[in-house]
Design a protein around this ligand. Structure first.
Ligand code: PHE
Length: 337
């Protein structure tokens, strides 16, 4: 047997192993070459007839042959075994699958996105502001009197440097108007902070969406039209809204806005305390003093602003009775949304 014969034999063996179509055929290849009475042990016996010059090369080739073929058979055996359990004959289609829990967005995020999309269809764009604010942006520029209770340390978190955690999203109005000329049409969702003791309807950290629209000749009727559209998009075509007079330092006139109760459609039930209405947001016409703070000419432009609590709307839409559910991150609760 020459070295070339040996090399040809090796190529043929590896080819057979590669082409083996199942575990049985593969075992046949193994027996043919590697078993005790197989071809390779016979080749080893040939070694003594090989010339002294060729012997080292011949010996090395036989060894490589054996190792490579054994390795290839082993890998292929593993492949056959694996396909047998996942897709081959051993796979039982009637076995129940393994449920991999799917994550979802947090209900607060879902409702924020929904509210944002509704206003985006009306041409509002999203503006952002920081959670840590100056007293000027959060109160002074918004026409809040020096003795207004919301400024109290009992109500607002102050930082050591005199800044504060914003207690509403309204300072974003101030920031935006300081940087942009009218017309302005923005909404601004974000976190707010108040020193409330947590209970079923209060949380020291919550979310609001602010809205601001400034241009020439913007009127209370525009505010009402905008919020009616919003109400219908959020709650369905039959919802009605009403304005109740209210007071905010930064709007004049100011209103609180109610939607007809989503449970009884305005007939009166336990959820709306028999009034037929649910309070949803605060709004009003931007006070001229606010325009003055940000350098707008209040003889030229008017505008409306509104602010709503996202937790409150989320709880109403989903029938959640305790705001704390939204913060405890219990997967049994969150996975329902
Ligand atoms: N900032 C007010 C609040 O937190 C809501 C509001 C915003 C009212 C804009 C009027 C206009 O209660």
């Amino acid at each position: 047997m020459t070295l070339q014969d040996l090399i040809d034999m090796k190529a043929a063996a590896l080819e057979k192993a590669r082409n083996a179509e199942n575990a049985e055929a593969l075992e046949g290849v193994r027996i043919e070459y590697l078993a005790r009475k197989g071809l390779l042990p016979k080749v080893m016996q040939e070694l003594k007839n090989v010339s002294p010059e060729e012997k080292p090369m011949f010996g090395k080739t036989v060894n490589d042959f054996k190792n490579e073929l054994a390795e290839r058979i082993k890998t292929k055996q593993a492949e056959f075994a694996a396909s047998g359990t996942s897709a081959g004959a051993g796979f039982d289609l009637t076995q129940p699958g393994q449920w991999q829990g799917l994550g979802t967005r947090h209900p607060i995020t879902q409702i924020t996105d929904r509210i944002t999309r509704i206003f985006q269809t009306l041409g509002f764009t999203v503006a952002d502001g920081p959670d840590i604010e100056t007293v000027w942006n959060n109160f002074d520029a918004l026409n809040t009197p020096a003795d207004h209770p919301s400024r109290d340390e009992q109500d607002t978190f102050y930082l050591n440097n005199g800044d504060l955690m914003r207690c509403h999203t309204s300072p974003v109005q101030v920031r935006y108007m300081m940087e942009h000329k009218p017309p302005v049409r923005i909404i601004s969702p974000g976190r707010c902070y108040r020193r409330d003791t947590p209970d079923a309807t209060h949380s020291a950290n919550f979310h609001q969406v602010e809205g601001l629209y400034v241009d020439e000749n913007v009127s209370l009727a525009d505010l009402k039209g905008t919020l009616s559209y919003f109400a219908r998009e959020l709650m369905g075509p039959n919802v009605k809204i009403r304005f109740r007079p209210h007071f905010f330092p930064f709007t004049e006139p100011s209103v609180e806005v109610d939607f007809t109760c989503h449970v009884c459609n305005g007939k009166g039930c336990r959820v709306c305390k028999n009034s037929g209405w649910i309070e949803i947001l605060g709004a009003g016409m931007v006070d001229p003093n606010v325009f003055q703070s940000v350098g707008y000419d209040s003889s030229k432009v008017t505008g409306f602003a509104f602010g709503m609590g996202i937790e409150r709307i989320t709880m109403i839409l989903y029938g959640i009775h305790d705001i704390r559910n939204l913060y405890e991150n219990d997967v049994r609760f969150l996975s329902q949304f």
